[in-house]
Ligand binder design. Structure first.
Ligand code: FES
Ligand code: FES
Length: 127
C-alpha cells in the first residue's frame, strides 16, 4: 500500500460507517484522543454475560479514523472481553485491507478506545 492510497474497504466504511451514534444502555465508554493529530473518538460498548453484544461510536476525525472506528465496532460484536482485548490496531487496519503508512496512527485510536471502554466496563463492575 503506498502512502496516500485508501483501500476500497476504507472508502466503504468512511462513506457509509457502521454503528455510528450513542448507545444509551452502554455499560462501558471509552474516550480517547490521538496525540499526533488531536482527533477524538468515543466508543460505547454493551456487555452482557461476558460478551460484547453491541457497540457504537462517535469520532471527530479523519477518514481513516472514521473507517477504523466503524470496523472496530463490527469486529467486537459477539466477542468476549478477552477476545476483544486481542484486537490490535493492526488487525483493524488489516480488516480494512490496509491503511496508507501515514494513516496507521489513526488505527491506534480505535484500539485505544476499545481498551478504554473495556476498562470503564470493568471499573463499573467493580473489577
Ligand atoms: Fe487532519 Fe486528523 S489531523 S483529520
Ligand atoms: Fe487523526 Fe487520522 S489523522 S486519526
Amino acid at each position: 500500500m503506498d502512502n496516500t492510497q485508501y483501500s476500497e474497504k476504507v472508502m466503504e466504511h468512511f462513506l457509509n460507517p457502521h454503528n455510528v451514534g450513542e448507545l444509551p444502555d452502554a455499560n462501558g465508554i471509552g474516550n480517547v484522543g490521538n496525540p499526533i493529530c488531536g482527533d477524538i473518538m468515543r466508543l460505547y460498548i454493551k456487555v452482557q454475560d461476558g460478551r460484547i453484544v453491541d457497540a457504537k461510536f462517535k469520532t471527530f476525525g479523519c477518514g481513516a479514523a472514521i473507517a477504523t472506528s466503524s470496523m472496530v465496532t463490527d469486529l467486537v460484536r459477539g466477542k468476549t472481553i478477552d477476545e476483544a482485548l486481542q484486537i490490535s490496531n493492526k488487525a483493524v487496519a488489516e480488516a480494512l485491507g490496509g491503511l496508507p503508512k501515514v494513516k496507521m496512527h489513526c488505527s491506534v485510536l480505535a484500539e485505544e478506545a476499545l481498551r478504554a471502554a473495556i476498562e470503564d466496563y470493568r471499573k463499573k463492575q467493580g473489577q
